[in-house]
Each structure stands twice: as C-alpha cells, then as structure tokens.
Design a protein around this ligand. Structure first.
Ligand code: FCB
Length: 427
C-alpha cells in the first residue's frame, strides 16, 4: 500500500448553507415556499445553528478541520429592500471571528439557493436590476467581513439553482419557463462578475486580497444507452450547457451553447480565481421522443439506469473514478481547484466513510496526475434540511437529533479527522 501526502496547508473541512442549518430563516423565499406547503416539511429551527454556531465550530475544530464553508443569508441582512439589519451583520462578523479563533479558514458563499422574499416577489433574478441589488448586498458583506475572509463563492451551483427554481419549479418562485431561465442565467453571470469586482476592489481598502469563484456542480454526464446516438448527442449538449457554458463565460466572457445565438458578456471575462467543484456522482441522460425544448421534455436526467452498481440512500450514483476524471478534466483550466462540496447520505455510516475515503483518494490521484487542488469540503458538517427532501437525508459528519438538538459525532467524522490531522491518505 502506498500513501499520498497532501501539501502543507491543504485545507480540510466541511460545508453548510444558511437556510439548511440556521433555523427560523423567516425572510427567505424558501421559508415562504415552505409555509405555502410546497415541500414535505418546513425548515423550522433546522439545526438551530444560528444560535449554536460556537458549539458546532468547537466540534469542527476538535475534528481537525482547517476550513469551513458556510453561506451568509441575504434575507437576514436585508429583510426589506434597502433596510439593513445591523444585528445580522454583527452576527456574521461573530461567526467569522469564531472560526478564526479556532484557526479555521472561512469560505463564504453569498448566494446558496435562497433569496429575500421581497426580491423574489418583485421578479427576483429575472429582472436586470437583480445584478445591482446583488452587488449592493455584496458590498455590505465585504465591508463587514472583508478584513477576515479570503475565500468567496458568489453563487452556489448556478445551473442547478436555475434548473430547480426556474425549469422544474421545485423551489421558489416555482417557475417552469425556458425564456425566464435564460434571463436568470444571464443575470447570475452578470451578478457574479459585479461581485467579483467588488470583492477585489475592497482589497485596496483594507480587505484581504480575495480568492473568488462559484461552486459549480460538475457531474459526469453519461448516455443511458451508449449505443444510441440521440442519447450520446443529448449527453454532449447537457454537458455543454450544465458544465461548460457558465464556466466558460466566466473565463472567456462569451455565453455559447448549441442552437442558441452566442452572447458576449465581456464583464464576466477572467472572473475566477479558483474553481469551486461540487461533485456527487454521474448523471445519466436519456433522450425522449418529443419536440418540446430541452431539457423539459426531450431529455431525462437521472440516476436510474442499469449500469449504476452502487447508490446512496437517495438513489444517487456512487462513482469515485468519475470524480478523478472530473477533477483531471477541469484542472486543464489551469485554475486551482477547491472541492466545495462532496458527500453522501448512507443508512450505514460505514458506507458513508467508504464513500468519503474513496473520494479523497480520487483527489489524491488527481493531484498525483498534476491537478492543483487546494482544499476539500465534505458536505456536510451537520445533518440538515435537504430542500425538497426535508430532514430525511442525513449527510452529516455529525448526527443531529432534531428533537433535542443534541449533536453526536459519527464514526465517519472521527475517521475523517484522522485524514485532516495527518494530511495523508492511504492509496
Ligand atoms: C448540493 C447543494 C447543497 C446540498 C447538497 C446535498 O447540490 O448545493 O445545498 O443540498 O447538494
């Protein structure tokens, strides 16, 4: 057996997002969506992390973490348009301080699927001025946190966000409309570019020189029936749209997907300092005999084909070799990679650990092959509110008893701590 020693300073940690752990996020559009009965259960007090963050960070520190990804909740900071809640600002200053005191590097996400209710009610990301509104919010956040935060993710999984909220309609505002989805994509790109500039401009005014990215969901897409040309074509198109288009726009300033006129968005050019990769597995593409536009009717995207041998408790594909492939592929962009999410829910914790270990081994192998990877965040520190799936799925290194808010570190958390502390993995 050989071992891989990670470079000194490699960042080890885990990720959360505000709405999934904080609790009582009453001004967010997801809260309103839940109250309207659109999900199986509401987020409620979730993990009560808004009040218990110190205790949770004690656990993270005791598990050897040196990095923690979390999101700042826009709807707490700006509960009504133009009204800033200074207590909420002070709260996040305290959160960052609490991490730094424990020698944990903070990685701040500005938008993780939730927006303020007022914003969504007025048309949200479909409006061109959403860009300015997001920029104003970013400005406030960097004024408060910029002195102590180096790593920033502007938008979590922009293409997943658009698919869930504007194509499938399974999150607020519950839209199923391609024209609107395309507008939203453009505004998210422009919003990212604006935030990128604001974060960098702040460095001149006392903030740390930032490292800015998005957290991009980068599955390995595969044809359901590899021998069937329409499936292969759909796989190519899906990869182009979901994986490549958004990223390439942030590199080249040009939005280009098959069948749609190329659009120049010059301000987005060269707005990635690193690449945030979220990886969960392969997704299989089946073309469907219909003339409805992609992907509403012409394509089925899922985890169900026969070639999947191993699944998570949510039925998602488990395939660490594809993680290696994805990391190797995207390392060609010559940006440092930070794994911003990778994790699983398994009924049996031993399988959760097996998943984590094999994916960290894939990171090591990608690095051996030359990929520059600077950190790894397991999803998630705690069991939490998994959007439309409610509290059923349990991704945590730490088990949460929702009735008592008791935390209990899982074996996986302890074993992962060994990796974090020794900075090496057996291969
Ligand atoms: C990702 C999301 C994250 C969490 C995990 C399981 O797509 O970014 O919030 O729900 O999936």
């Amino acid at each position: 057996m050989t071992a891989f020693q990670f470079p000194e300073g490699f960042l080890w940690g885990s990720a959360t997002s505000a709405h999934q752990v904080e609790g009582n996020n009453i001004h967010s559009d997801w809260w309103a969506w839940e109250q309207a009965g659109r999900v199986k259960e509401p987020s409620g007090v979730a993990c009560d992390h808004y009040r218990r963050f110190n205790e949770d960070f004690d656990l993270a520190a005791s598990l050897g973490h040196t990095l923690h990804r979390f999101s700042v909740e826009w709807s707490r900071l700006e509960p009504a348009e133009g009204r800033w809640d200074e207590d909420a600002v002070a709260h996040y200053v305290e959160v960052v301080r609490a991490l730094r005191q424990r020698r944990i590097e903070p990685l701040v996400t500005l938008h993780h699927f939730t927006s303020p209710q007022w914003f969504t009610a007025q048309g949200g990301w479909t409006r061109p001025d959403s860009v300015e509104r997001f920029a104003r919010y970013t400005q406030r956040v960097v004024e408060a946190l910029g002195e102590s935060v180096r790593y920033w993710v502007t938008i979590n999984e922009p293409m997943v966000y658009v698919r869930m909220h504007y194509v499938q309609g399974i999150g607020p505002p519950g839209v199923e409309d391609f024209a609107q989805a395309r507008r939203v994509i453009e505004h998210l790109i422009r919003a990212h570019a604006a935030a990128y500039r604001i974060l960098h401009a702040a460095a001149g005014a006392g903030a740390i020189e930032p490292q800015v990215s998005i957290a991009h969901h980068l599955p390995a897409f595969r044809p359901c029936r590899p021998w069937w040309p329409p499936d292969r074509w759909m796989t190519f198109v899906t990869d182009r749209i979901f994986n490549r288009a958004f990223l390439e726009t942030l590199i080249e300033g040009r939005w280009s997907v098959p069948g749609v006129a190329t659009q120049m968005i010059p301000e987005a050019r060269a707005t990635l300092d690193f690449l945030g990769v979220n990886f969960y597995g392969r997704q299989f593409i089946r073309s469907l005999p219909t003339h409805r536009p992609w992907p509403a009717g012409s394509c089925d995207l899922g985890h169900h084909p026969r070639q999947v041998r191993e699944r998570t408790a949510l039925g998602w594909d488990v395939h660490p070799d594809s993680f290696l492939e994805v990391l190797t592929r995207w390392s060609r962009l010559r940006l440092p990679i930070l794994v911003t999410e990778n994790g699983t829910w398994m009924e049996d914790d031993a399988r959760r650990w097996d998943f984590l270990l094999r994916h960290v081994q894939a990171v090591a192998r990608a690095m051996q092959a030359g990929a520059r990877i600077i950190g790894y965040c397991y999803w998630s520190l705690l069991d939490n509110f998994e959007w439309a799936d409610g509290f059923g799925p349990r991704f945590g290194l730490i088990d949460v008893d929702y009735a008592t808010q008791q935390r209990r570190v899982r074996q996986t958390g302890e074993r992962y701590a060994q990796l974090c502390r020794t900075n090496r993995v057996e291969l």
